[in-house]
Design a protein around this ligand. Sequence first.
Ligand code: FAD
Ligand code: UDP
Length: 383
Amino acid sequence: MDRVIIVGAGLSGSTIARLLAENGCQVTVIDKRSTVGGNVYDVKDKNGILIQPYGPHIFHTSQKEVFDFLSRFTEWFKYEHRVKANINGKLVPVPFNLTSLFETFPKDKAERIKKILLDEVGYGKKTPILSLKSHENAEVRKFADFVYKNIFEFYTKKQWGLKPEDLGEAVMNRVPVYVSEEDRYFTDEYQFQPREGFAKMVENILTHPNITLKLGKDAGKIISLSEGQIYLEGTPFDGKLIYTGCVDELFDYKYGILPYRTLKFKFKTCNRSSFQDAAVVNYTTSKPYTRISEFTKFTCQPTEKTVIVKEYSRAFKKGKNIPYYPIPVPKNYEHYDLYKKEAEGYKNLYLLGRLANYKYINMDLAVKNAMELFEKIKEDLAE
Ligand code: FAD
Ligand code: UDP
């Protein structure tokens, strides 16, 4: 079978590497970092506390096949994520729910709004803030304006430099308003964290006799593309190249730099067992950072110390920081499409993952997309 090179040892690259390897392909995975897992990499700090240097990660999915695949490489522990929003100093559940309503409004008013929400939206419903804001009932709209202002507007400005309506419902729907007391951040069927961490899970995925792993190797230095031909260290390469890095970088920024958001993380070890009342607190009305995450709370580590991280979001600058988030707005998708079309001119090039597909996806979708690409490549190989 064809030789395959995969750029990126994140969840996308590792998943497809494993599936191809089990299908008899010789696969080489390269990553410019010295670690596996991409952004889900985790490591124990000097106090033995598991932290995630590229940001807090919570696994959740409704896709059984994704959960089953990953379960081959890790044991799990049950963990259901709960987040609080800090609204002017008061901590309330987010997604904003009926409990949040009673914690932010006087009782009489909250009862009245609750009744309106039950009549107009329905108990147990989840609804995007932007739909609520344009609801036909004026009282519902008034309530939505409060939630918009206190949960979404400022946080979204900090995170994306944009207004919620610029991002649209697909993004805002990740954190809907719950017309119930549901207080979990996710409602997916499978909510677990890997017992020994994400890096160990990815290491296990990549441990296969048909996989060669090369870390600390920048693809940009060994792979080049020109007029439909891929070159590996200057020699034509006719195997398959699966690329999970930034697509603009792959094509030497031919159509300009794609916009991303980067994050600056400020970690702090605290000499106490708990720092805050929730695993994550979103600062939705104040502070320059978006949220504070407390690792020991979602890795369930018994510890006398705890570690927190504050996240500061800003525009990505090439060569200066890491591109974490594609910015999911139509203008950027059009820009991305220029690169996608360019890539289609290379019959043995496959783009995969959050950066190469320019998609704001969670871990489970990264795995799912890799599974789907594997099925496609299998068909291509069979032709
Ligand atoms: P990445 O993890 O970015 O991997 C790409 C890899 O390619 C990297 O290792 C990179 O070094 C390598 N690479 C790039 N260019 C080159 C090159 N030129 N040469 C060699 N190697 C290269 N998802 C959830 O489900 N739950 C969460 O709680 C969650 N939290 C998140 C928090 C943050 C701060 C961020 C940024 C994302 C979060 N996600 C979460 C999303 C999750 O990280 C992604 O869905 C997933 O990790 C994507 O995997 P990937 O392999 O596509 O990309
Ligand atoms: N969001 C917000 N306030 C919150 C939580 C989320 O405004 O308290 C918005 C914000 O724009 C954010 C988006 O909803 O980027 C998606 O939130 P999610 O927690 O899913 O983002 P993630 O950190 O997982 O990328």
